[in-house]
Design a protein around this ligand. Structure first.
Ligand code: PLP
Length: 492
């Protein structure tokens, strides 16, 4: 691939891409210290700029561009109808401070999404405020803490978290001021029950469990885990980021979870990655509904026998408060609503089944080349290892080599309990042809790892950016978007 010159290098004095209209207001003096003549902005024609940004956009890897088996992230295809609907002016051009009577349709979307998430998760109430999964965890922990404090139980300060948990679990716990107690996993990837038994006492606020966990495995002793936690007065928090393995098959609320967050940007196909908006609604059991962050949308039926509801925003009685400005990331609600509505219960169930089938298919087709340390039926993802007999090739090398074949790498070195982890999640939206091609490439790379390890150590060879020095990047941060010599000129 030929490397494109930077936009600053293409600059030519006097070239301009815009025609400013003649001013139709009187000119005024700007304060002197706001005026700078040496900004050093590049001077380019409109076509130069368009080509520059188009080329940059083509360097981005995306789910629309190729297979994206990034475990834990559920990079499923984002159906374009979601985008069409989210862009309808009645949704996109409304303001959160409008009189609720003028945005009844928007509130109806939120209301029905709350209802469907309640139904899907088996919960009595859902709050849509949190902006992401980790934010949902934080919200859930605050709800659990308030539940104990409201009962006058002031001494509880521990959240139990298995060592197979997502990194956000201990992080959001620490943010809330509570203490993390880590639980080990047993040889089948479940929570070590003996350790859990020892940890369950009257200091426990709750247990935070990702199920299926980050090994892609369903907790085999879930009933026992739930009973132990409840018996010591704790609550069960479900990290629902992996709901893509459960929707339509089993409801966390029925399994004994008291609080759970959903990742609309994973399970319900709203786009994510690149720091865009997400959404992490929280569902709770009946006696926790009053603690939800507000506002919640309620449907009220006027007394005159009219069965058209009026939607109103309400604040739950003992709410932990507001977690996000206005009503949450409304555009994500519209997309998730559309996704659920388009698929219906049967479609959602089929998606779950295909996601699990695809992951198991890849696991079985790769396990003779890549060791699978917890090799049992997995859910929507699985973890294998990038290590090879008689070769010093590592998981990182495998991932870099995948880029040469035009495929996004799986998640690396996570979960932490598996050395050289490669965490693979194909999702349901990929065809068998795509998955077979991935398997073939992975098997080829495993052979290369033994026969031509140098090829892998040096990968990627064909990507726009070669292997980065990650240590240098972290130690020697460059936060300026200009080439150094240009920055110097601009500062002179
Ligand atoms: C993605 C993920 C999270 C965090 O969700 P964000 O929306 O990225 O904050 C938490 N737990 C698990 C298991 C996840 O996969």
């Amino acid at each position: 691939m030929k490397s494109e010159p930077l936009v600053y290098e293409m600059s030519s004095p006097g070239r301009c891409g815009v025609d400013m209209p003649a001013s139709d207001v009187p000119e005024t003096e700007l304060p002197k210290d706001l005026l700078r003549s040496n900004l050093g902005l590049p001077e380019l024609s409109q076509l130069d700029v368009v080509r520059h940004y188009l080329h940059l956009s083509q360097l981005n890897y995306s789910i629309d561009g190729g297979f994206y088996p990034l475990g834990s992230c559920t990079m499923k295809y984002n159906p374009k109808i979601n985008e069409d609907v989210a862009r309808l002016p009645g949704f996109a051009a409304t303001h959160p401070l409008q009189d609720p009577m003028t945005v009844q349709g928007n509130l109806a979307i939120m209301f029905h999404l709350q209802e469907w998430l309640k139904e899907i998760g088996g919960f009595a109430g859902v709050g849509l405020q949190p902006a992401a999964g980790a934010h949902g965890e934080f919200t859930g922990i605050l709800i659990m803490r308030k539940y104990h404090l409201d009962r006058g139980d002031l001494k509880r300060n521990v959240i139990l978290i298995p060592d197979s948990a997502h990194g956000t679990n201990p992080a959001s716990t620490a943010m809330s001021g509570l203490v993390v107690k880590q639980l080990p996993s047993d040889s089948r990837g479940n929570i070590d029950l003996a350790a859990l038994r020892r940890a369950c006492d009257d200091s426990v606020v709750g247990l935070m469990l990702t199920n299926p966990n980050t090994l892609g495995l369903f907790e085999e002793h879930l009933e026992e885990v739930v009973n132990l936690v409840h018996a010591c007065g704790g609550l069960m928090y479900g990290d629902g980021a992996n709901m893509n393995a459960l929707v339509g098959v089993v409801r966390p609320g029925d399994l004994g979870f008291d609080v759970l967050h959903y990742n609309l940007h994973k399970t319900f196909s709203t786009p994510h990655g690149g720091g865009g908006p997400g959404s992490g609604p929280v569902g709770v059991r009946a006696d926790l509904v009053d603690f939800l962050p507000g506002p919640i949308v309620e449907a009220v039926f006027p007394d005159d026998g009219d069965d058209t509801p009026m939607y109103v925003l309400t604040q739950p009685l003992r709410s932990i408060g507001r977690m996000k400005s206005f009503n949450g990331n409304f555009g994500m609600f519209v997309r998730a609503y559309t996704y659920i509505r388009v698929h219906g219960p049967d479609g959602l169930l089929a998606n779950t089944e295909h996601a699990v089938l695809n992951a198991n298919y890849i696991r079985v087709k790769l396990r003779d080349k890549y060791p699978v340390p917890y090799d049992r039926i997995c859910m929507h993802e699985f973890v294998c290892q990038g290590k090879f007999e008689g070769s010093d090739v590592r998981a990182l090398d495998v991932s870099k080599r995948l880029m040469d074949y035009g495929i996004h790498p799986p998640t690396n070195y996570f979960p932490l309990i598996v050395p050289e982890a490669l965490m693979i999640e194909p999702t349901e939206t990929e065809s068998q042809e795509t998955i077979d091609e991935f398997i073939e490439v992975m098997r080829k790379i495993a052979d290369e790892a033994v026969k031509e390890p140098e090829l892998l150590h040096g990968a990627p060879h064909h990507a726009p950016v070669k292997r980065l020095d990650e240590v240098k990047a972290a130690r020697d941060l460059v936060l300026c978007c200009m080439p150094a010599e240009f920055a110097e000129k601009a500062m002179a």
